[in-house]
Design a protein around this ligand. Structure first.
Ligand code: CMC
Length: 393
């Protein structure tokens, strides 16, 4: 079996070869299929980027129209599935509801679960992209006891999601076009990030030839964790705590440096980016734009700006190369749009979905793929003889 090397957390071990996303953590570079993230964020739309990640090339106008139409066709959930959302407790975390519902898709579409059948993979791709926003909005509606709205397929992807989330049947929904375009851009920024924890999970589960819904549902569960996608929620909780305790960013940073009860500056640090996270700079600008348009300024923005300022000039953070990551400012934008804190990671999941699908498909199509099966260094007891119950101390 050869030599086994311990690499806790896979700091130096590549699990696959991939053509999808390139990161240079020292230079702060992120590209999808070769295109720099800042250009995509500025110029492209989320479905265009989803197409790029999944099929490898930017779509032509008719390809994008066709892709969009196929997705729109599948936005409805089956009525039986819609009723699931009544069964979860009101206070369930929407990420737990999301992963359960994605997992349940493989009960409804048993005829298209073969990971090696091109057409089945294609229809599952479209179904997942189409249904995730519907599922996400129902997770929210269920938590506040409002009626579920059916999708409106005359609307764009993000517009439809916003209407299903914030609309009510008793009055017309007034879409804020700035919110829609900023949310679309945030989804672009989240769409892939090579072998992060949730994507590696999707690949590992898929490597056992589990179907796409099962694999993606596992990815949603990984994203739920506060060190990963859950960080955007944790950042807001942290800002709120600092605000409630009298806006003292300085003493919070001290607590972090003293590692009091493992306190971390949430939204800071990244395994790969050791210079800056190129997504964070784009998000910070968007946060300032969206928040400056609000009737009442959010005091949490000032706390975030102050925390960043203190941390970036402090040796603790400089020595450890800790910079704001994508999650540091996103929560403030989501809050300004009206999302409750618990929905933040769900938004990350909607954004990350094209990446999960693209990586799963790339792996399934690769003849070099083997089942993921890490080794270990055993550190337990050496061989010892069984002790009968009456002789145990
Ligand atoms: N606040 C305070 N100290 C930190 C932080 C932080 N946010 N992040 C890392 N450190 C310290 C850590 O304590 C360690 O110090 P020491 O050498 O004294 O023990 C050193 O920096 C190295 O940290 P690490 O935990 O070995 O680094 P990692 O690459 O394993 O962890 C991370 C990366 C993102 C999990 C971590 O930086 C972290 O916990 N950040 C806060 C959570 C967060 O914002 N996560 C979102 C990541 S970006 C998007 C996503 O993946 O969802």
């Amino acid at each position: 079996t050869g030599h086994v090397t311990l690499d806790a957390g896979f700091v130096n071990t590549a699990s696959c070869a991939s053509t999808i996303t390139y990161i240079d953590g020292d230079a702060g570079v992120l590209r999808y299929r070769g295109y720099p993230i800042d250009q995509l964020a500025e110029k492209s739309s989320f479905l265009e980027v989803a197409y790029l990640l999944i099929y490898g090339e930017l779509p032509g106008a008719s390809e994008l129209a066709d892709f969009t139409e196929r997705i729109q066709w599948h936005t409805l959930l089956r009525e039986e599935m819609r009723r699931f959302f009544d069964g979860f407790p009101r206070d369930a975390h929407p990420m737990a509801v999301l992963s359960s519902a994605v997992s349940a898709l493989s009960t409804f579409y048993q005829d298209s679960l073969d990971p090696f059948d091109r057409e089945q993979v294609e229809i599952s791709t479209v179904r997942l992209l189409a249904k995730l926003p519907t599922i996400a909005s129902y997770a929210y509606k269920g938590s506040i006891g409002q009626p579920f709205l059916y999708p409106d397929n005359s609307l764009g992807y993000v517009e439809n999601f916003l209407r299903m989330t914030f609309g009510v049947p008793t009055m017309p929904y007034e879409l804020d076009p700035v919110h829609a375009s900023v949310l679309d851009m945030l989804f672009v920024l989240h769409a892939d990030h090579e072998q992060n924890c949730s994507t590696s999970t999707v690949r590992l589960v898929g490597s056992a030839q589990a179907n796409m819904f099962a694999s993606v549902s596992a990815g949603v569960n990984a994203l739920f964790g506060p060190l990963h996608g859950g960080a955007n929620e944790a950042v807001l909780d942290m800002l709120q705590q600092i605000h409630a305790a009298g806006d003292d960013a300085q003493s919070f940073v001290k607590k972090v440096k003293d590692k009091q009860a493992g306190t971390r500056l949430m939204g800071f640090g990244h395994r790969v980016y050791r210079n800056y996270d190129p997504r964070a700079a784009i998000v910070k600008k968007a946060a300032q734009e969206v928040l400056s348009g609000m009737a009442k300024p959010d005091p949490l923005l000032d706390i975030a700006l102050r925390l960043e300022e203190i941390a970036l000039s402090d040796d603790y953070f400089i020595e450890r190369k800790l910079y704001p990551n994508v999650d540091f400012y996103t929560g403030l934008i989501y809050k300004a749009m009206g999302f409750p804190t618990r929905m933040f990671t769900v938004l990350f999941a909607i954004g990350r979905l094209p990446g999960w699908i693209a990586q799963w498909r790339e792996m399934m199509a690769d003849p070099m793929t083997k089942i993921g099966r890490p080794r270990q260094i055993y550190t337990g007891a050496t061989e010892r003889a069984y002790v009968p119950m009456e002789q145990r101390g």
